[in-house]
Design a protein around this ligand. Structure first.
Ligand code: CA
Length: 217
């Protein structure tokens, strides 16, 4: 899943980016409101992690602008300003959740996953298909009750396909969820990950639609 991180503090931003990447997200990180605006206009994201105090365009202002165009993508705001008024302003501007700095990275990831589940209408933390189940909270996949080891990208790919069961995802769409900016997209990487997923979880799970993409029926 591709996430936009908007944070001007270098140390914090770097830490959050590393943590989200570790958790299997593809992360684009920008450090001011103007750059965030450009990113939101040109890319598509599964979620946004937004600092409120930003150079050039303030986080709440940016969010208000964006919510006029897009109301669906979940946004978590980060704020150092521990005042009720700031949080209310952020939520009024269209944020779905907030965290007060300093916050725990695991909590951010857990809340992000909860928002992502809700945004695709899946309230249950476990996605199931036949004897395969994916637990997004624990970042675990089981087949027939046994844990199967997946790489971060294999996990992301499976997650994406399970979230959109019955809908074909093109290779380009899937690549978008696997890679952030500046990360080199390995050629045939989606095909390779699908191949590995089939080896680990069974050939029949993911269907190839030749020339179109992949689907879990
Ligand atoms: Ca800031």
């Amino acid at each position: 899943m591709r996430v936009l991180l908007v944070e001007d503090d270098f140390l914090l931003g770097d830490g959050v980016r590393a943590g989200l990447k570790q958790a299997g997200f593809a992360v684009d990180w920008v450090r001011d409101g103007q750059a965030a605006k450009l990113a939101l206009e040109t890319e598509s994201y599964a979620a946004v992690v937004l600092d409120l105090g930003l150079p050039k365009i303030d986080g709440a202002e940016l969010l208000k602008w964006w919510r006029r165009n897009d109301t669906k993508v979940p946004v978590i705001i980060l704020t150092a300003r521990d005042t009720v008024a700031d949080r209310i302003a952020g939520l009024d501007a269209g944020a779905d959740d907030y965290l007060i700095k300093p916050f725990d990275l695991d909590e951010l990831i857990a809340r992000l996953r909860a928002l992502l589940r809700r945004s695709v209408g899946q309230a249950a933390p476990i996605l199931q298909h036949g004897d395969v189940e994916l637990d997004a909270t624990m970042h675990l996949v089981r087949k027939g009750g046994k844990v199967v080891e997946l790489s971060a990208r294999e996990f992301t790919l499976l997650h994406e396909l399970l979230l959109h069961t019955g809908r074909v995802q093109s290779r380009e769409q899937l690549e978008q969820h696997l890679y952030g900016w500046g990360e080199e997209v390995e050629s045939n990487s989606v095909e390779v990950h699908v191949h590995h997923l089939r080896k680990k979880l069974g050939n029949e799970l993911i269907r190839t639609m030749r020339g179109v993409g992949y689907v879990i029926d």
